[in-house]
Design a binder for this molecule. Structure first.
Ligand code: COI
Length: 356
């Protein structure tokens, strides 16, 4: 790499396209939308299957005011990332898992979904078309945001007559303003993210609107985000607004079990496997909030947040702190193992990487 990354010419291994890197400040990426060149769009009617889509210049989309997504929230989203390797190749992390999760969610939300292959082809095409926006190695990643929505018009409550699958991308850096430093959470005791039988276990857009009130209040008080409890006992950990949560005690790493109210995170599942491979004892079970009080470490996982160490948690006006010397040993170890794999710095022996 030359010192001036903006003039770097990037060779794509499969497309033979040589593109300049976008002329942006790669050293200061946060997690905000930076519009790129292309988006992918594919449509189908209710009762039919998606067949073919196309890349279009990125821009606004037109929707009927009566569209199912606008009126009744019939929509799902996904999140995954592309990394640029030092040799110029582009890596995706477990994209078939996102494809399958979208299909599971679509069933719950009464929507048709792209097949796994259609999803993968669409993601690859969108990433390659926007490759000048993939950050140089070590500077961040290209966040890929697939959306599936009821785009047809409905007035009475019913599944929409038409569906749109769309993918857009944005270069991103760290999710939290703390960067890689530990975040500060507050346990929410009044509001809940999800209820049994509801949609907490799928990535529907409404789950995320539902956390905004508690999240805004927490941020106004200086916290990074909110940790939710289960809505029945108000006692067991669920998840943070945008990520899953893990508690470390000795050699045991525990996380709330997937039971319909918790988003089955792909980073969550990957971290559990990485932890097992490093001889930690892994437990997926109900985790009582009291376990936060004597945990050695707490961390969060998600595509956007990656592995974020937690520095403090406030519960019923009591503040517990972790890792007085910064990032905890276990959080750091798991973060390094996962990101080295995602960035192509360690060999992928588990088949999690798709190279474009
Ligand atoms: C992700 O981590 O990709 C998500 O979808 C969470 C979102 C709130 C940024």
């Amino acid at each position: 790499f030359s010192n001036n990354v903006n003039s770097l010419r990037v060779a794509s291994p499969t497309s033979n396209v040589v593109s300049e890197l976008a002329d942006i400040d790669w050293d200061n990426l946060g997690f905000g939308l930076m519009t790129t060149d292309y988006m992918y769009i594919m449509k189908c009617a209710q009762g039919e299957a998606f067949s073919s889509g196309e890349l279009k210049r990125f821009g606004n989309i037109e929707l009927n005011p009566s569209a199912g997504i606008l009126n009744y929230g019939q929509g799902l989203f996904e999140g995954l990332k592309a990394y640029r390797k030092h040799d110029g190749n582009i890596l995706l992390f477990r994209p078939e898992e996102n494809a399958q999760r979208l299909r599971n969610g679509a069933e719950r939300m009464c929507m048709p979904a792209p097949t796994v292959d259609q999803f993968l082809e669409a993601v690859k095409a969108t990433v390659l078309a926007n490759q000048r926006w993939i950050p140089p190695p070590g500077k961040g990643s290209l966040y890929i945001r697939p959306l599936l929505m009821g785009s047809g018009a409905v007035l009475g409550l019913a599944p929409a007559p038409e569906y749109t699958f769309l993918i857009y991308v944005s270069p991103v850096g760290n999710y939290f303003k703390e960067g890689l430093a530990p975040i500060n959470l507050i346990v929410e005791t009044e509001m809940h993210r999800a209820t049994p039988g509801g949609t907490g276990g799928v990535k529907t857009i409404g789950n995320y609107a539902a956390v905004l009130q508690a999240q805004s209040a927490a941020k106004a008080k200086g916290y990074s985000d909110v940790l939710y409890l289960d809505s029945i006992h108000k006692k067991y950990l669920e998840e943070v607004s945008s990520c899953n949560v893990f508690v470390v005690k000795g050699n045991v790493i525990s996380t709330p079990a997937i039971k319909g109210t918790i988003l089955p995170g792909i980073t969550r599942k990957s971290i559990l496997d990485v932890a097992r491979s490093q001889d930690f004892q892994v437990e997926e079970r109900p985790v009582p909030v009291e376990e936060l009080l004597d945990a050695d470490e707490v961390f969060c996982t998600g595509t956007a947040v990656v592995v974020s160490p937690v520095g403090s948690i406030t519960y019923l006006n009591k503040r517990v702190t972790y890792g007085s010397e910064g990032v905890g040993r276990v959080s750091q170890q798991l973060y390094s193992a996962l990101t080295s794999l995602q960035m192509g710095l360690t060999e992928d022996t588990v088949g999690w990487i798709t190279e474009l």
